[in-house]
Design a binder for this molecule. Structure first.
Ligand code: HEC
Length: 154
């Protein structure tokens, strides 16, 4: 009997949790400030960065079905908020020169150390797992963007 009371209590709490719905990260138009907006970049690179990084570092997250269930929805909202605070590809051209250089250095670093995408994310998004050559491709892109910025062509 006691067991059932506990189970019912847990279900009630889970049910109540569903009413707290975090804000969703769902910009409907492509940002004019996006790092890839109107730039001629290798489409393979664009596809890879969007697939591996944009869920947490852009203004639009591709939400899986389970993402609306609390407490998963809360965890995702936190990741997105935290990720965007550090780096938001959708607001790239809003960053000043120093911020861009700083971001590019960090992008290189997290890729060299394979820190991003986070391993908890990869558990459910195997498609975002980057191969060695894919990491190299993004690192080279970060390098060439840094050079452009240093030469102030940007
Ligand atoms: C599941 C969400 C998620 C994905 C996907 C993701 N990131 Fe992150 N990223 C975060 C969070 C959260 C932080 C801030 C906390 C931290 O440093 O772990 C962060 C921090 C960063 C930082 C700042 C690091 C620092 O030391 O301050 C960089 C740069 C970064 N991510 C790049 C990337 C790149 C590049 C990709 C794609 C290859 C990517 N991230 C994919 C969530 C994500």
């Amino acid at each position: 009997m006691r067991k059932y009371i506990i189970i019912i209590a847990i279900l009630l709490v889970l049910g109540a949790m569903q009413f707290i719905r975090p804000e969703r990260n769902l910009a409907t138009v492509e940002s004019r400030y996006d790092v890839f907006y109107l730039t001629e970049t290798n489409p393979e690179l664009v596809r890879t960065v969007k697939m591996a990084c944009y869920d947490c570092h852009s203004d639009r997250t591709a939400y899986p079905w389970y993402s609306s269930i609390a407490p998963i929805s809360w965890m995702i909202a936190n990741h997105v908020k935290d990720g965007k605070k550090h780096l938001n590809f959708s607001q790239w051209t809003v960053y000043d020169k120093e911020e861009r250089m700083h971001n590019l250095r960090e992008i290189k670093e997290v890729l060299e150390k394979a820190e991003m995408p986070p391993s908890s994310y990869l558990l459910l998004h195997s498609e975002a797992k980057l191969s060695g050559p894919q990491r190299q491709m993004i690192i080279q892109w970060a390098d060439s963007l840094s050079t452009q910025i240093q030469m102030s062509l940007n």
